[in-house]
Design a binder for this molecule. Structure first.
Ligand code: HEC
Length: 158
């Protein structure tokens, strides 16, 4: 039984390693994919709150609180492994929009501050999301925290 388990785990390991090799070889850098996926999750959850704030979607307290909870969880995840050296626009071209300035040690404090600002505004939204008025009052600061980082560290769309 133990041996079988070992064989199965070994096979799973091989499959996982194969998948990583494929991801690295064909469809881009895995760290870049991970950070874009993380950003897409931000956008999805912010979008739910944003459309309620604007009245494009009907306010639903459960959905609003869930989206705010997700943003808090995402904003407090450890993300260091998404940003290895050698993965800027200068290194990878169109595959990424992260500007080289993000790797300048002089900017690390600022990056930390911008990440902390997002976590703070997500926490404020979490507290407020139980009412439409709360969502409307908190959405500006939340979206602003995303934009403040993009303005400095993300290459604009062409
Ligand atoms: C600390 C900096 C920072 C914060 C805060 C931040 N972003 Fe980003 N975001 C980036 C960078 C850098 C990129 C470019 C990623 C790449 O292409 O390598 C990016 C890319 C994106 C993308 C494009 C992803 C793709 O698939 O190409 C979306 C969408 C996005 N961010 C949404 C958000 C939203 C919504 C928030 C706030 C809830 C947010 N971001 C907060 C830095 C940040």
């Amino acid at each position: 039984m133990l041996i079988k388990k070992g064989v199965i785990l070994g096979l799973v390991g091989a499959v996982v390693a194969g998948t990583i090799a494929i991801a690295g070889g064909h469809s881009g850098n895995p760290a870049v994919k991970a950070r874009k996926a993380h950003m897409q999750l931000y956008a999805h959850n912010l979008g739910i709150l944003g459309s309620m704030a604007k009245g494009e979607a009907e306010y639903d307290a459960d959905q609003a609180v869930a989206a705010a909870d997700n943003l808090v969880a995402l904003a407090t995840m450890k993300q260091m492994s998404y940003w290895p050296a050698g993965t800027s626009t200068e290194d990878l071209g169109e595959e990424t929009r992260t500007l080289p300035v993000a790797w300048d040690p002089a900017n690390w404090d600022d990056l930390m501050a911008k990440s902390a600002a997002l976590a703070d505004s997500a926490a404020a939204m979490q507290t407020a999301a139980g009412s439409l008025e709360g969502v409307q009052a908190s959405i500006g600061a939340l979206g602003g925290a995303c934009g403040a980082c993009h303005k400095v560290y993300r290459q604009p769309m062409n």
